[in-house]
Ligand binder design. Structure first.
Ligand code: COA
Length: 251
């Protein structure tokens, strides 16, 4: 674990990083991780006041990088925080080697753990395995585990464990692929199901109206416009729109 290794890692992973000097001077994620390593050592030291100093230093780094890493958090080797603004990493988070974290990511605690002193000292934040990628804006909340080499999509909210080699997307996060194989989506699309029920209901009502007209001896064609409103072109095209929507939802 060294500054040289962190710089080389960023050069290797970010096509925008042209040389080591650029990384050293311009990469907030590099600054935040490098100083965090000192803060973490300070946090674990037995010297009186060292924890307060570590927190103070972490807050100062936050003010110029926009990245808040609690000094208690454990970061592995070659962790790369790209862009970084808005990243928050909580006290009991564990971040494995070769993890990439983009801007506006939270590795945070869930509401229950924010109950105050009672949860102090307990594991409240996520554990990220080796090689995990957390996309921009993703929120990973609670003492859950994300397995090695998994990827969390931008803007997802992850609330449950994620096995290794998976891709998790959405709110709440669901696994869309694992070990390179697509995972069938078993989450019901509630809106599409509701629209399908309504459509079926309308079709059943139409059939009933036709049957009533037939039983009463009146041809639907013979019924005057004042008695039955024939479907307008607008309503026919909106029913087609419903079909297109349902087709898109896979129903
Ligand atoms: C999660 C991620 C790694 C998946 O990449 P991938 O393996 O190439 O997978 P795909 O892009 O083929 O996406 C797989 C499925 O997830 C969906 N998906 C991908 N990212 C998504 C997101 N952020 N939100 C919702 N759905 C998403 C895709 O639409 C696709 O669905 P489909 O198969 O039904 O079409 C990538 O989408 C991602 O979000 N990376 C983070 C990038 C980032 O933060 N960049 C910031 C740069 S500044």
């Amino acid at each position: 674990m060294s500054i040289k290794e962190d710089i080389e890692n960023i050069q290797q992973k970010d096509p925008a990083a042209r040389n080591w000097l650029e990384v050293l001077l311009c990469y907030s994620g590099f600054h935040a991780v490098a100083i965090h390593r000192l803060n973490h050592a300070m946090w674990n030291s037995k010297i009186p006041g060292s924890k307060l100093l570590a927190r103070l230093s972490s807050q100062i780094v936050r003010s110029f990088t926009g990245i808040e890493i609690h000094p208690g958090a454990c970061l592995g080797r070659r962790v790369f925080i790209d862009h970084g603004m808005g990243v928050v990493i909580g006290e009991t988070a564990d971040v494995g080697d070769d993890v990439i974290i983009y801007q506006n990511v939270t590795l945070g605690a869930r509401a229950a753990a924010r109950g105050g002193a009672a949860s102090r000292g307990t594991k409240r934040h996520p554990t990220l395995g080796k090689g995990v990628v957390v996309g921009s804006g993703a929120q990973v909340l609670g003492p859950l585990e994300i397995g090695d080499n998994s990827q969390v999509a931008s803007a997802s909210i992850v609330l449950k464990d994620v096995p290794a080699n998976s891709v998790v997307v959405g709110v709440p996060g669901r696994i869309v692929s694992r070990d390179g194989q697509r995972v069938p989506d078993d989450m019901p699309d509630i809106e599409a199901e509701a629209i399908k029920t309504l459509k079926d209901h309308i079709l059943a009502l139409e059939a009933q109206v036709k049957q009533i007209l037939k039983d009463s001896g009146k041809s639907p064609l013979a019924v005057t416009a004042s008695q039955v409103q024939t479907p307008s072109e607008e309503s026919i095209s909106s029913m087609e729109a419903v079909d297109v929507f349902l087709h898109g939802a896979g129903i």
